[in-house]
Design a protein around this ligand. Structure first.
Ligand code: PLP
Length: 377
C-alpha cells in the first residue's frame, strides 16, 4: 500500500493488488486449484485448496485494507457466504454453557442459528437493536452480536458504547457490517473484535455472487475462525472471490450513488400521506439518525416504509418499472419486496424493503412516485 492519507476511492481501486509484475494483469485471474505443487516438507501457505487459495488472499488483503485502513495486524478470512462467516464466528467462539446475546430484529436466518446454538447447549439471549437494548442482557455473556443498521427495520445502536460495556464484562463483540459496508462503518475502529459481513449484497453489488468474510485483529480468536473454516469447508470458489475483489474497485462509486439515491427516495416517500414509517438512517429526523451520524460515514442503500395494506403494497410492487420485485439488497439495480411474505420478521403486512440501486436519481424517484399513485386503486 502507498503511504499517506489516500482517499477511499483511491484505496478501493488498489486494495489488495499485488506489486506489479511485467506482463501480468494488475489483478491476477482466479487460481483454480484443489492442490498445489508441494515437493518435500509441506511448508508455505498454499498446500491444499480448502485451507488457502491465492485468489482469496488478494481479496482478504483488500477487505482488510477497507475495514481497517492503515492498521497493521488486521486479517480477513473469506467465506462461501455471509451465513458461513456468521456461523464461523459463533460456532468457533462459543462452547456449551456459554451465553451469547443476539439482536431480536436482525437477519432472518438468526432464529435458525439460535435453535442450533441452543441444541449445542449455548444460552441465547435476545434484545432489540434500538436504544442499545442489548446492554440489559449482557451480564455473563461470552459474545455480543450486533447488527447495525438492523435488517430490515433499520434501527441503529451505538457500537462504541455497546463494545465498551461488553469488553468491561469480558465479552467479545461482533458486528454484522453487511448493510453499511466498510465504506459506511468500520466496526473495528468502533471497538468491535470482529466485523462480519455478507459480500453477497453491496460489497459485490451485482446480485450475481455469494460471499462472506470475517475481519479481526490477528490472534487466538481469528485463529479459531480460520480453523472453523477448515473444518467445515465453508470456502468461497476462486471465481466468486475474484469477482468480489474486482467489484471492490467500484464500491465507493456505487455506495456514494446508492446512498444519495436512497436519501432522495426516502425524502420523496416521507412527503406522501399514504406512506407511513419511512426509515432511512441518513434521513434527518429518522429515529436512528443521531447515533448513525456519529458512527457511520454513509448510510446504506436500504429504505423501508409501510403502505396501508398487503394488497396496496402488492399493487405498488407490480406498478414499479425500474425496481425489480426481488429479495436481497445492495445491487446496482433497485429491488423491493413486501417483507411480510417471508414470515419471521416482525413487520406489518404492507411493510416494504426497498434496495436503491445506481439508477439516475430523477428516474428512480419518478418511478416510485408513479407506482405509488397507480397503486392507489
Ligand atoms: C444477507 C445477509 C446475511 C447472509 O448473507 P448470505 O451471503 O446470504 O449468506 C447476513 N446478514 C445480513 C445483515 C444480511 O443482509
Amino acid at each position: 500500500m502507498t503511504e499517506g492519507p489516500l482517499g477511499e476511492g483511491t484505496r478501493a481501486v488498489r486494495a489488495g493488488l499485488p506489486d506489479p509484475v511485467k506482463h501480468e494483469p494488475a489483478l491476477p485471474g482466479p487460481v483454480f486449484a484443489a492442490h498445489y505443487h508441494l515437493p518435500g516438507e509441506p511448508t508455505g501457505p498454499y498446500a491444499y485448496g480448502r485451507d488457502e487459495n491465492p485468489t482469496w488472499t488478494l481479496l482478504e488483503n483488500a477487505v482488510a485494507e477497507l475495514e481497517a485502513p492503515g492498521e497493521d495486524g488486521v486479517e480477513t478470512l473469506a467465506f462461501a457466504s455471509g451465513m458461513a462467516a456468521i456461523s464461523a464466528v459463533l460456532f468457533s467462539q462459543l462452547r456449551s454453557g456459554d451465553a451469547v446475546v443476539l439482536p431480536d430484529d436482525g437477519y432472518q436466518a438468526l432464529p435458525l442459528v439460535r435453535a442450533q446454538l441452543e441444541a449445542y447447549g449455548i444460552e441465547v439471549r435476545t434484545a432489540p437493536t434500538g436504544a442499545d437494548a442489548q446492554l440489559a442482557v449482557l451480564d455473563g455473556a461470552k459474545l455480543l452480536w450486533i447488527e447495525t443498521p438492523s435488517n430490515p427495520r433499520l434501527d441503529v445502536c451505538d457500537v462504541r458504547r455497546l463494545a465498551g460495556e461488553a469488553h468491561a464484562r469480558g465479552a467479545l463483540v461482533a458486528v454484522d457490517n453487511t448493510l453499511a459496508t466498510p465504506l459506511g462503518q468500520r466496526p473495528l475502529d468502533l471497538g468491535a473484535d470482529f466485523s462480519v459481513a455478507s459480500g453477497t449484497k453491496q460489497l459485490s453489488g451485482h446480485g450475481d455472487v455469494l460471499l462472506g468474510y470475517v475481519t479481526g485483529r490477528a490472534g487466538e480468536a481469528m485463529t479459531a475462525v480460520r480453523r472453523w473454516r477448515k473444518i467445515v469447508g465453508a470456502i468461497p470458489g476462486p471465481m466468486e472471490a475474484w469477482l468480489g475483489h474486482r467489484s471492490l474497485a467500484t464500491l465507493p462509486l456505487r455506495v456514494d450513488r446508492q446512498s444519495a439515491n436512497a436519501l432522495a427516495v426516502a425524502e420523496a416517500l416521507a412527503k406522501r400521506p399514504e406512506v407511513s414509517g419511512v426509515r432511512y438512517p441518513g434521513l434527518p429526523g429518522d429515529p436512528s439518525h443521531e447515533v448513525a451520524a456519529r458512527q457511520m460515514r454513509r448510510y446504506g442503500c436500504v429504505v423501508s416504509f409501510t403502505l396501508g395494506s398487503r394488497a396496496r403494497a402488492e399493487r405498488f410492487l407490480d406498478a414499479l418499472r425500474l425496481v425489480d420485485d426481488a429479495t436481497s439488497f445492495g445491487g446496482v439495480r433497485s429491488t423491493a419486496e413486501r417483507r411480510g411474505r417471508w414470515g419471521g420478521d416482525a413487520v406489518p403486512e404492507g411493510f416494504i424493503r426497498l434496495s436503491v440501486g445506481t439508477e439516475d436519481t430523477e428516474d428512480l424517484v419518478a418511478d416510485v412516485l408513479r407506482a405509488l399513485a397507480e397503486s392507489a386503486g
